[in-house]
Structure formats: structure tokens, C-alpha cells
Ligand binder design. Structure first.
Ligand code: FDA
Length: 310
């Protein structure tokens, strides 16, 4: 319960314009703990560095809802450029995209712009043998994101596009069942947005239990699972579950955020598990940074200390 109160307080305060302006003006140095840099080249370098420890990368150009088709197309152009750059650097590109950043919800020529831009992005990733994960945003976007995911899997195959389910949403287990026919590649997360109790479980113990159920059900169904959490007890349980059910290490991977629990990422990689770090980069770091602060008071202390140092 205290976790929830803390999370809500941080997400509410960080939504205030005055707080945003203050943190934006003083915070880039601190944000760099969680953000790989401002351009694609820095993010690609971060993937290469992690690769030396046997850790894979998932590149994320930071950006959320954009209001105009021009801005959405410009953002999509940057993601395409990222795919080109990653490929040119000898990587198999793996990127995450928020559909709201490429125009989801805006209709252009009779089609949702988020979908048409996602088509361009997934198509380009497929040319390079790469992969695109459609991040999950706040709950009003879930229906459309899952419907668009379904279309994209139909067009490009499940080896090139995946999406995310959030265990805090009551609906996620039913969503997982409804996607099973696609043999979908799913990332399971707890959920990072400020959601009302009518749609999201208020109690952390319930969110954790739902998390385990989602991962186990997806593994048992024989689908690829991205176990995206820093929760060591869940990670241990998933390892045991896989062993007990004869699920091989290449049927799932652990995913964590760049700059968080690097020790655990390295340990798992050494144990022969596939590990992928989510590597955000770009200038629009504030909303991402706020959600990381909301996840643990330790990060808030880190930021306050940094601000006091001036
Ligand atoms: P939990 O919050 O229970 O924490 C478990 C342990 O990890 C605790 O000890 C905690 O202190 C530590 N920890 C967690 N977060 C930390 C942080 N920021 N800094 C330091 N320590 C931390 N969400 C979403 O809504 N849509 C999405 O698409 C994604 N995508 C995504 C990708 C990947 C690769 C990850 C790892 C996470 C996401 N998330 C997400 C975020 C996710 O929903 C969730 O908010 C965070 O992962 C934190 O929850 P944990 O599962 O780590 O557990």
C-alpha cells in the first residue's frame, strides 16, 4: 500500500509544470543514469558496451504522445533512421516504440497514423532481421494497441513484432488468452502509469501474483516471454518454473532497464540466461525519468541529492 501511495504522489507531483521545469533545467546530468545519451550513436555505443558482458539491447527513442501528424511522421522517421544506424553498426536491431509517439489516435487518409507508421517501422526492422516491441502505455490505449498488434503480426509475423501486457491491469490475463492464437512474443511488466483502481490493482501483492500467473501461462502455452522486471524473487521463481516444466533457456529472456541492477543483469547472463537491457535515449527524457523515480524512493533520494549539490 505504501508503494502505491509513494508512486501516486511522485507521478502526481512530477506532472506539475513547475516541477517539470525545475527538473528539466537541472536534471539532465542525473537522467543520464537511466538514459544512454541524446542521439542514436550514443545508444548504439551503449548496446555495444553491454554486448561485451553478454547483454543484449533494446533501443528506445524517448518520446510520447504527439499532437500533430507532422510530429508523428518526424518521430517515425527518426525510428527508421535508428534501425538503419543499428544495422549499419552490425547490430540486429531491436527497438521499442510507443504508438502514441508515431500518431496513434490520429486519422490520416482513413487510417490510424500510429498503425501506418508502425507498419513502416516493423517492415524496416524485418528487412534487417530485427524486432519491434510496441510498448504499452496508459489503459485507454490498450484496446487499440492490442488490435494494431494483431494486424501487424498478421502482416509481418510474430518473429518481428511483439507487445507488452501489464500485470496491474485486471484485464491482462484475459488479454493474454485472447492473443494466444498469434503465438505472440510478449513482454510482461508490472505497469508504470498512474491508473485508477477501477482498472488496476491497488495492492502490490496482487500485482506480483498476477505477474507470475501471466508469465507462467505464457510459458506453458509455448510462447516466447520477455520477463521484464528487477524483482529478484520473481526472477528466481521464473527460473525454477522453467526448470520444473522443461522450458529451455531460449524460450524466454529477462529484461531490465538500462542503469538499473546491472549486477543482476550480468549475473543472469553469466548463468546462461538471455538478458536484454532497455536502452532509452533522446531529448524527451522527462516522462521516462519521472516513472523511474516513482518506482523506488532510492531514485528520488538520488535526484534530490543531485539537485541539492546544484
Ligand atoms: P518492483 O517495482 O516490484 O521492484 C522490484 C525491485 O526492483 C525492488 O527492489 C525495486 O526497488 C527495484 N526497482 C524497480 N524499479 C527500479 C528503478 N527504477 N530503480 C531502481 N530500482 C528499481 N511499463 C509499462 O507500463 N509499459 C511498458 O511498456 C514497460 N516496458 C518496460 C520494459 C522493461 C524492459 C522493464 C524492465 C520495465 C518496463 N516497464 C513498462 C516498467 C514496469 O512496468 C515497472 O514499472 C518497472 O519494471 C518496475 O517494476 P519491477 O517489475 O522492477 O518491480
Amino acid at each position: 500500500m505504501l508503494d502505491q501511495i509513494y508512486r501516486k504522489a511522485v507521478l502526481t507531483v512530477s506532472g506539475q509544470k513547475v516541477v517539470e521545469d525545475l527538473v528539466r533545467s537541472r536534471g539532465w546530468g542525473m537522467a543520464q543514469r537511466f538514459v544512454a545519451g541524446e542521439d542514436a550513436a550514443s545508444a548504439i555505443r551503449a548496446v555495444q558496451d553491454l554486448g561485451r558482458d553478454g547483454i543484449l539491447g533494446n533501443l528506445d527513442l524517448l518520446g510520447e504522445f504527439v499532437a500533430s501528424p507532422e510530429a508523428a511522421n518526424e518521430f517515425a522517421g527518426k525510428v527508421l533512421h535508428l534501425l538503419d544506424e543499428a544495422h549499419a553498426a552490425g547490430l540486429t536491431p531491436y527497438v521499442s516504440v510507443k504508438l502514441s509517439s508515431v500518431g496513434q489516435g490520429q486519422t490520416v487518409e482513413g487510417e490510424d497514423l500510429g498503425l501506418s507508421n508502425a507498419r513502416r517501422i516493423v517492415g524496416r526492422a524485418r528487412e534487417y532481421g530485427g524486432f519491434v516491441c510496441l510498448d504499452m502505455e496508459d489503459h485507454p490505449r490498450v484496446d487499440q494497441t492490442l488490435a494494431q498488434f494483431r494486424l501487424l503480426v498478421g502482416e509481418f509475423g510474430h518473429a518481428h513484432v511483439g507487445t507488452v501486457l501489464q500485470s496491474y491491469l485486471y484485464r491482462s490475463e484475459a488479454d493474454r488468452d485472447s492473443l494466444d492464437d498469434l503465438r505472440p512474443n510478449l513482454r510482461i511488466v508490472k505497469g508504470a502509469y498512474l491508473e485508477p483502481e477501477s482498472v488496476a490493482m491497488p495492492d502490490k501483492a496482487d500485482v506480483d501474483a498476477s505477474y507470475r500467473r501471466l508469465v507462467y501461462a505464457h510459458m506453458k502455452a509455448g510462447n516466447y516471454v520477455n520477463v521484464a522486471t528487477h524483482d529478484e524473487s520473481i526472477i528466481e521463481d521464473v527460473k525454477l518454473f522453467a526448470l520444473a516444466h522443461g522450458i529451455s533457456k531460449d524460450a524466454f529472456e529477462f529484461q531490465m532497464l538500462y542503469g538499473i541492477r546491472r549486477d543482476l543483469q550480468q549475473d543472469l547472463a553469466r548463468q546462461g540466461y538471455r538478458v536484454r537491457a532497455y536502452i532509452p535515449y533522446g531529448r524527451d527524457w522527462y516522462p521516462y525519468f519521472s516513472r523511474r523515480i516513482a518506482e523506488t524512493p532510492r531514485n528520488a533520494v538520488f535526484v534530490l541529492r543531485g539537485m541539492l549539490k546544484g
